[in-house]
Write a protein that binds this ligand. Structure first.
Ligand SMILES: C[S@@+](CC[C@H](N)C(=O)[O-])C[C@H]1O[C@@H](n2cnc3c(N)ncnc32)[C@H](O)[C@@H]1O
Length: 225
């Protein structure tokens, strides 16, 4: 008998009805902001944007909107599984008239696996990922060894991952899992000026927590196999 193991989810399953505002925003804006095929074309394809950046777990989307507004030559794809957040972000993107941003209600692991070509991303942003503080939940943390493999394959050779967290244990975990994985090096970096102070960052600061900003870049070690 073949046993198929369910994949571990990195997000909280949320129930509850969507508000009418969320419903109407999603109905009009999700199709308008769907990811164009050229954005997910392999690097070098004619018509592909110069830089393609993926934000995983965009929440209400302040960082995604801030990045797209500050980088008109880049293209930002924002993903979350939480409908009210994506709806709010799309309303803000429409208010700002942004044309270099797309969004989907999608699990980033599935999106990266099924939709993104190898070397298709210049950067990945992971801001304030769910910390899953209990030890028995650590396997739900997004930066697992399996997802680091996935990120290595979907980033260009010079691509990077920006991570921010207000959870000291998660920051230590990231350094550890990245060092053990061996394909990235993690370095502390300054807070990006384009990211508005909002969402979980604002909550963390209000609660007196320090923010850790890390960049993961390809480790420049000789790969033996
Ligand atoms: C703690 S919130 C942070 C939201 C936002 N980045 C901020 O800083 O305010 C983490 C978000 O990541 C989303 N998330 C977790 N795993 C995800 C996945 N595999 N794919 C897409 N979104 C995910 C959750 O739904 C949640 O909205």
């Amino acid at each position: 008998m073949r046993v198929t193991q369910a994949r571990v989810r990195t997000f909280h399953a949320r129930r509850g009805r969507r508000s009418q505002l969320t419903e109407s925003r999603l109905a009009t804006l999700l199709p308008r902001y769907a990811v164009p095929a050229a954005v997910l074309a392999p690097p070098g394809t004619l018509g592909r944007p110069t830089r393609v950046v993926l934000e995983i777990g965009c929440g209400h989307g302040a960082a995604a909107v801030g990045y797209a507004a500050a980088h008109p030559d880049s293209y930002l794809i924002a993903l979350d599984v939480h409908p009210p957040g994506v709806a709010r972000m799309l309303a803000a993107a429409a208010d700002e008239g942004l044309t270099n941003l797309s969004a989907e209600l999608a699990d980033a692991v599935e999106f990266l696996t099924d939709r993104v070509p190898e070397g298709g991303l210049d950067a990945v942003h992971l801001f304030f990922p769910d910390p899953w503080p209990k030890a028995r939940h650590h396997r739900r943390r997004f930066l697992s060894p399996e997802n680091l493999d996935l990120l290595v394959s979907r980033l260009t050779p010079t691509g990077h991952v920006l991570v921010a967290t207000d959870h000291a244990d998660y920051a230590a975990y990231v350094r550890r899992v990245v060092a053990d994985h061996g394909r990235f090096a993690a370095c502390q970096v300054p807070r990006p000026a384009w990211r508005p102070l909002a969402g979980f960052e604002a909550k963390g600061l209000a609660a007196g927590r320090a923010i850790t900003e890390l960049v993961l870049e390809r480790a420049t070690r000789i790969e033996l196999a």
